[in-house]
Design a protein around this ligand. Structure first.
Ligand code: 5AD
Ligand code: SF4
Length: 441
C-alpha cells in the first residue's frame, strides 16, 4: 500500500480539503495517509497565500524536501491550495522538484494526475474547474470525529481591496442544502456531536432545495439543528456585510448555536474600512453585536484585525483600540497588512514604516490578550458545559479535553466514556485560553 503525507497550512477550509485529499487517494488509488514524511510515496503541500509570509513558507518547505527526493527517485511532490492556484506553473521555475500543481477545485482529479505523471513522466499543472466535485468524498473515511467541519460554500465575491482570496478560491459556489444535510447526517451517525460550517463568507450562503425554493444560511443552520445527535453548531467565517436580522434571530431560537462568534471587523476606522472596501461602518458593526447580545448577553465575540493598512494614521489606529474597548473582543487573529500582488490595495502608497506597524500590532494584541485573560479568569469557580472531545496526555498523565460553549479548551480528569458527551466541569484554573477543571456530572 502506497503512502501519502499531507502538510496543511492556512485556514480550516484547507484542513477540510486535506482530509478530502486523503479520502480521494484512498478510494481511487488505495493510498494510506502517514504522519512520517520519510515513509511517503507522495508528499502534498496544501498551501495558503493570504499573506506573503505564508507564501514564502512553501519554498522553504520544498527546500527541506529536496533530500527526501534525492533519496527516493520516484517520490512525487504535489503542491495544492491557494499559492498553487495563484502561481501555477511559475512554481516549477523556483522549485523544479515539484511534479504536480493542483488547486482547491481540482483535488478530485488528483488520482488521474498521479496516473498520468507515472505514465508520461511529465509535470502536470491543473488548477481550474468550473464545478466542485470533491465534496462527495467525505464518505470515504469513517473515523469518529466528535467535532467535524463541513464546507458549505467556497470562494468570495466581496473583493476586499487587500485580499487575494477571490482570486485564488474564485467566486462563491454554494453546495445544495440536501448535499450538506447528507454529510451532516453521515457525520452524526458516525459519532460527530459538533459541526462547524465552513466557507469564506458563510452568511452569504444561498442555495435551492430540490423543489426550487430558496435556502439561506439561517435556514441551513435550522435544518442542521434538527439533527438530534448534533449538540453544537458553529460557523466560520462570517462577514458583517450580510449579517441579516434572520441570522441574528437564530441566536435566540437555536440554543445549539455556539456562544462564541467570530466576526472579523479588520479596523475600527470608517475611513480605513472604506479603503479596504469593507462595506459597513463601525456603527453598523456595533449594531449587529448589540442585537445579538440582546438574545445572548454572554456571547463572546472574536475578530480579525489588519494593522498598518496604507493610510492608517495614529487616529485611525486609536479608533481600532477604542472599538476593542467598546466591544470587549474576547480573542483575535491580528496581522500586519501584507500587500498581495494582483489586489487593488497593492497599488496604494504604503507610508507607514515596519517598526510602527509592529508597535501597533503589539499594542492591539496586548489589549486583546488582557481581555482573553480577564474572561478566562472570570470563569474560575463556574460550572461549564463541556463537549468532551478526546483523551490527551499532560505530563504523562491521561486527561480529557473538550470545549465550553464559548470555545475555551478545558482539561480535566475523567473516564474515557465521557468522550462525545456534554459534561459539567467546575473551572479551577485559567491560563489564557486553556482552563483546568474538575468533572462534576
Ligand atoms: N494582509 C494582512 N492580513 C490579511 N488578511 C487577509 N488578507 C490580508 C492581507 N493582505 C487577514 C484578514 C482576514 C484573515 C483571514 O486574514 O484579517 O480576515
Ligand atoms: Fe477576503 Fe474580504 Fe472575501 Fe474575506 S470577505 S475572503 S477578507 S475578500
Amino acid at each position: 500500500m502506497k503512502k501519502i503525507y499531507i502538510k496543511t497550512w492556512g485556514c480550516q477550509m484547507n484542513e477540510y480539503d486535506s482530509s478530502l485529499i486523503s479520502n480521494i487517494l484512498k478510494k481511487k488509488l488505495n493510498y494510506k495517509r502517514t504522519n512520517v514524511s520519510e515513509q511517503a510515496d507522495i508528499l502534498i503541500l496544501n498551501t495558503c497565500s493570504i499573506r506573503e509570509k505564508a507564501q514564502e513558507k512553501l519554498f522553504h518547505q520544498l527546500g527541506r524536501w529536496k533530500t527526501l527526493k534525492k533519496n527516493k527517485k520516484d517520490l512525487i511532490i504535489a503542491v495544492g491550495g491557494c499559492v498553487a492556484t495563484q502561481e501555477k506553473k511559475k512554481i516549477y521555475k523556483r522549485a523544479p522538484l515539484v511534479n504536480i500543481i493542483f488547486g482547491p477545485k481540482t483535488i478530485h482529479r488528483l488520482p488521474k494526475m498521479i496516473e498520468e505523471l507515472e505514465l508520461k513522466k511529465k509535470k502536470i499543472c491543473n488548477v481550474n474547474a468550473k464545478k466542485i466535485k470533491k465534496y462527495s468524498y467525505y464518505k470515504n473515511n469513517i473515523t469518529q470525529k466528535i467535532s467535524a467541519y463541513i464546507s458549505i460554500m467556497e470562494g468570495c465575491n466581496k473583493f476586499c481591496s487587500y485580499c487575494i482570496v477571490p482570486r485564488t478560491r474564485g467566486r462563491e459556489i454554494n453546495r445544495t442544502p440536501q448535499d450538506i444535510l447528507l454529510e451532516a447526517n453521515f457525520l452524526a451517525k458516525n459519532g460527530t456531536k459538533e459541526i462547524t460550517l465552513l466557507g469564506q463568507n458563510v452568511n452569504s450562503y444561498i442555495s435551492k432545495f430540490s423543489n426550487g425554493s430558496i435556502c439561506n444560511f439561517s435556514q441551513l443552520i435550522e435544518l442542521i439543528s434538527n439533527i438530534q445527535d448534533i449538540k453544537r453548531i458553529k460557523f466560520l467565517t462570517s462577514n458583517p456585510m450580510e449579517f441579516t436580522d434572520d441570522l441574528i434571530k437564530i441566536y435566540k431560537n437555536i440554543p445549539k448555536l455556539s456562544n462564541s462568534l467570530h466576526l472579523p471587523v479588520q479596523s475600527g476606522s470608517n475611513k480605513i474600512l472604506k479603503k479596504m472596501r469593507r462595506k459597513y461602518t463601525i456603527s453598523e458593526y456595533k449594531e449587529i453585536i448589540k442585537k445579538i447580545r440582546k438574545y445572548r448577553p454572554n456571547i463572546y465575540i472574536t475578530s480579525d484585525f489588519i494593522v498598518g493598512f496604507p493610510g492608517e494614521t495614529h487616529e485611525d489606529f486609536k479608533k481600532t483600540l477604542k472599538l476593542i474597548k467598546d466591544i470587549k473582543f474576547d480573542m483575535s487573529f491580528s496581522f500586519i497588512y501584507s500587500p498581495r500582488p494582483g489586489t487593488p490595495a497593492y497599488r496604494l502608497h504604503d507610508e507607514i514604516n515596519l517598526q510602527e506597524k509592529k508597535e501597533r500590532l503589539y499594542l492591539l494584541q496586548k489589549k486583546i490578550n488582557k481581555n482573553t485573560k480577564f474572561f478566562s479568569q472570570k470563569m474560575i469557580g463556574t460550572y461549564q458545559k463541556v463537549l468532551v472531545e478526546k483523551q490527551i496526555y499532560v505530563n504523562k498523565i491521561k486527561k480529557l479535553c473538550g470545549k465550553t460553549t464559548n470555545n475555551r479548551l478545558v482539561i480535566f480528569e475523567g473516564s474515557k466514556k465521557l468522550i462525545g458527551k456534554c459534561s459539567y466541569i467546575k473551572i479551577l484554573q485559567a491560563n489564557m485560553q486553556t482552563l483546568q477543571g474538575k468533572y462534576v456530572k
